[in-house]
Every structure is written in C-alpha cells, then in structure tokens.
Write a protein that binds this ligand. Structure first.
Ligand SMILES: [Zn+2]
Length: 262
C-alpha cells in the first residue's frame, strides 16, 4: 500500500502566514508567525514516519523547503501509481477549524476525505468544518487532485486564528496522527498483515518439522554420542537397543518430548 503525502507550498512560496505564537519544547518555533510551508512539511514528516511504522510505503512530494510545481506533485502520484494522495495545507483568511476537500463527483475521494476528517476530528484539536467539494475551477491555487481513486486535501486549521495556530505549533504530531488514523481506517493493512502472519506461521511450522525430522534421524542412527546418551537414559541397555519400545513408539515419545520445546 503506497501513500503519497504532499506538504503544500515550499521554497519561495510560504503559503499562508499566521499570527505569532510562543511555543517551547518540540513545537514549531514561530515568533514571527507560522508559515504554512513549515507546518505542512512537519506534519507530513510526522505522518510519514508513523505510517511507515504501520507498514505503509510512504512517499513525499517534498522533504525540504523547496518549490515543487503542482503538476509535478500530481505527476508523481501517477508515475508511482500510489494508492492514495493526501495534500496537506493550512488555512488563513478568517475562521477556525479543519476542513477536508475532495474531488467533486468522485465518491472514492469523498469517502477518503470523510475518513481523514474523522481521524483529525477525533484528535479534538480544532473544530471540524466538515467536507468541501473541490474542482479545478474553485481552487486553482492549490488544486492537486488527479485521476487517482483516493485523494483528498486537508486544510488543517487557520494560521491567522490564535487558538488554531497554537494547536498547530504545539501539536503537529497529533494532526499527523489524525491523518494516520484516517488512512488506516480507509485503507487498512490488516488483511495483508494477517495473510503475511499466516504464511510466516506456516513457514515456521515447516521449519520445526524439518528440525524434528533431522533430530529423529540423528537419534535413531548409531552415529552420535548424544543419540547413545539419550537411548541409554531412556532405558536401553546398549546403544543399538531402543529400550524395549518399537521404533514407532519411540518416535512418538520423541515427538511428544520435543514438539513443545521448539
Ligand atoms: Zn495552502
């Protein structure tokens, strides 16, 4: 499962610039106001790291403060045949809260957007402004929708709203977790992971059986000191004797003795 995260803006294009916020610790330093390009990159990086831990393959349209044209962003999605693309932005212009845009007329895009909206709303950081239908005609300045089945665009919060800006600066990792929750809910890896576990388990059992077969073979041969010792310990008077048991009974006993220990 391949996910493309698209941190909006970058390089000469700062995107929206917000109100100054004072933040310590790991938050984003923004004494002169948060810049959208910094917020989007940080949230994208955090979401990418977490999604990778979940087992997703994650690509970024940029992983530095550089210009990337919109057509290159959607072009990457098509070239890499990603399963989903999430464009990350932050708002300005009066208002508060998170809104999630989907491609007008695309049901898959709308459903994916809805999962992302819920993921972020569950983090309880900013009010949810719900879903919005986008088209090339409505928002040409950031329009990054492609012909992919799953794409959505987030406006995480308003940089020029004091409380929103503070949340973005202090909790970028929680916004990222909201994105991760949305992706995991809509494009779960669960089924693939279970199939992988079953295959691994089967492989381990087969390896164990091979080891047991090898041990039996060794024990039942007259070649090793260990085999002699075990036979003597089991009551055989001489190494060639199976202790009064048939070969089949001895194999059963060995199986019971060893199977639980491997
Ligand atoms: Zn933007």
């Amino acid at each position: 499962m391949k996910i493309l995260l698209d941190p909006g803006h970058g390089g000469r294009d700062p995107g929206a610039v917000g109100v100054p916020v004072a933040v310590g610790g790991d938050g984003i330093a923004a004494a002169s106001g948060l810049q959208e390009k910094d917020v989007t990159l940080q949230v994208a990086r955090l979401a990418a790291a977490s999604l990778r831990e979940h087992g997703y393959t994650v690509l970024l349209t940029r992983d530095a403060d550089v210009d990337v044209p919109l057509h290159a962003r959607t072009g990457l999605a098509l070239a890499e045949q990603v399963d989903a693309m999430v464009s990350i932005h932050a708002n300005a212009g009066g208002g508060s809260g998170c809104e999630v845009w989907y491609q007008a007329g695309d049901d898959a895009s709308r459903a994916f957007a809805s999962a992302l909206e819920k993921g972020i709303a569950d983090q309880d950081l900013v009010p949810s402004r719900g879903l919005k239908a986008g088209s090339a005609a409505t928002r040409t300045n950031w329009y990054t929708f492609s012909d992919l089945a799953h794409d959505a665009l987030l406006e995480l919060a308003f940089l020029d709203h004091e409380q929103d800006a503070l949340q973005l600066a202090q909790h970028p990792e929680r916004f990222a977790q909201g994105i991760v929750a949305g992706v995991c809910a809509y494009l779960p890896l669960q089924a693939a992971v279970h199939a992988q576990c079953a295959a691994e388990k089967q492989q381990i059992v087969a390896q164990r059986d091979d080891m047991l077969a090898a041990m039996y073979g060794e024990l039942m041969s007259d070649r090793t000191d260990l085999a002699y010792a075990i036979r003597i310990a089991n009551g055989a008077r001489d190494p060639g004797d199976l202790g009064g048991m048939t070969r089949a009974a001895r194999l059963r006993l060995l199986n019971e003795t060893w199977a639980g220990k491997i």
